[in-house]
Design a protein around this ligand. Structure first.
Ligand SMILES: NC(=O)c1ccc[n+]([C@@H]2O[C@H](COP(=O)([O-])OP(=O)(O)OC[C@H]3O[C@@H](n4cnc5c(N)ncnc54)[C@H](O)[C@@H]3O)[C@@H](O)[C@H]2O)c1
Length: 346
């Protein structure tokens, strides 16, 4: 039996879920002779102690204590602004790092992190969990096999039921960087193409406090790919029908819709149509439960050298480049070219 100890920093909305998933890993890992143990920390000590007790983890009082305790991997699930420093601390400790998306608040802050990781040959996986979602995986397979013909339209949708706390939004980088970055990542990953331009509009008809911290509660970006294909990426914090994440791909031979099942948060306006009949998803944790579990299992396999990195910091920053362009377009009101990585732009 091989013992593996993971450290987790940050047990808020998503970190607490990762704590649950890590503590359940032993049941899902392919290599049955692995025993994963968890140590965790959070500046909100009382809450962290409660999470630790719930999942059978050990609480440690600081990131320093966590890293000094001898870990095999570090999982970072703190607010976005803290990611660069914590990624570097993990790399300095000489262990593989899993960090929630995005790498940093914007691309300018992320580039020095990429360089730091590269120079030290660090291993860092970024948490774009949709890459593990069965629907997106099937859509990628069908797209890349050419089963849909040539693609004329891509429409990505990400809707939260209710906004996170305004304090979180104030430090999130904005709706495109925080939320739609998942769609930008999945569109690049699925199509194998670069998005070269974003033209965004947004609105604030919900809590005025969201506008007061410089964010919008709803937005849509028209994106153009490097072959001229167009798509839309829309997001809102106020989707009363449920947590709704979909991708519609329409081609010359066929169409495919990721996220269309009995739990899709939509109702038909047509008479006699009962579909979808199930209870809509309420949260991202429900919608992507299987994907979050699979990405954490992948991180353990990455630590053990059993697989390639499923989402590198470079991948994540490529998505953030589109998010930055969309945020800038939202501000300026004009279409904005995506500043592609010079290595990609040629
Ligand atoms: N992949 C996804 O689907 C997804 C979903 C939600 C959030 N996220 C990302 O996860 C990150 C966290 O988001 P959240 O919604 O869980 O935020 P949150 O505010 O609910 O939780 C963050 C936690 O980190 C703790 N923390 C902050 N700084 C710390 C530090 N220096 N040391 C120790 N603890 C610290 C806070 O006390 C809090 O408990 C964000 O970067 C966000 O973009 C990803």
């Amino acid at each position: 039996m091989k013992d593996l100890t993971l450290g987790l920093v940050g047990v808020g909305r998503i970190g607490a879920m990762h704590a649950d998933n890590i503590s359940a890993l032993n049941g899902v890992l392919n290599a049955e002779d692995i025993n994963v143990r968890l140590r965790l920390t959070d500046v909100a000590e009382e809450h962290a102690r409660a999470v630790a007790a719930r999942v059978g983890a050990e609480f440690l009082p600081s990131v320093e204590a966590l890293l000094a305790s001898g870990l095999d991997g570090l999982v970072i699930a703190t607010g976005t602004g803290t990611h660069p420093g914590l990624i570097k601390a993990g790399v300095d400790a000489g262990i593989p790092v899993f960090c929630e998306k995005p790498v940093a608040l914007d691309v300018a802050d992320a580039l020095p992190v990429l360089e730091y990781v590269r120079e030290r040959q660090g291993v860092v996986q970024i948490g774009h969990q949709r890459r593990f979602d069965p629907g997106y995986l099937e859509a990628r397979r069908a797209y890349q096999a050419g089963e849909l013909g040539w693609i004329h339209s891509l429409r990505a949708v990400t809707c939260d039921m209710a906004p996170p706390p305004v304090e979180f939004l104030a430090g999130s980088g904005g709706l495109f960087r925080d939320c739609s970055v998942h769609d930008f990542d999945i569109l690049r990953w699925l199509t194998g193409r670069e998005i070269v331009e974003a033209y965004a509009k947004g609105s604030n008809n919900g809590d005025p406090a969201i506008g007061a911290v410089g964010d919008v509660d709803t937005a849509l970006a028209l994106v153009t790919f490097d072959d001229g294909t167009v798509g839309t990426v829309s997001a809102t914090r106020y989707n009363g029908a449920g947590h709704d994440v979909r991708l519609e791909i329409q081609g010359s031979r066929g169409s495919l819709l990721v996220g269309l099942d009995d739990r899709t948060a939509l109702a038909s306006a047509e008479a006699g149509v009962a579909f979808p009949a199930g209870q809509p998803h309420q949260t991202f944790a429900e919608r992507f439960d299987a994907a979050y579990r699979a990405e954490m299992a992948a991180f353990v396999e990455l630590i053990l050298g059993l697989r390639d990195n499923p989402c590198t910091p470079e991948d994540a920053v490529a998505a953030s480049r589109v998010a930055d362009a969309a945020q800038e377009s939202l501000r300026s009101g004009s279409p904005v070219r995506v500043e592609l990585d010079p290595a990609v732009a040629g």
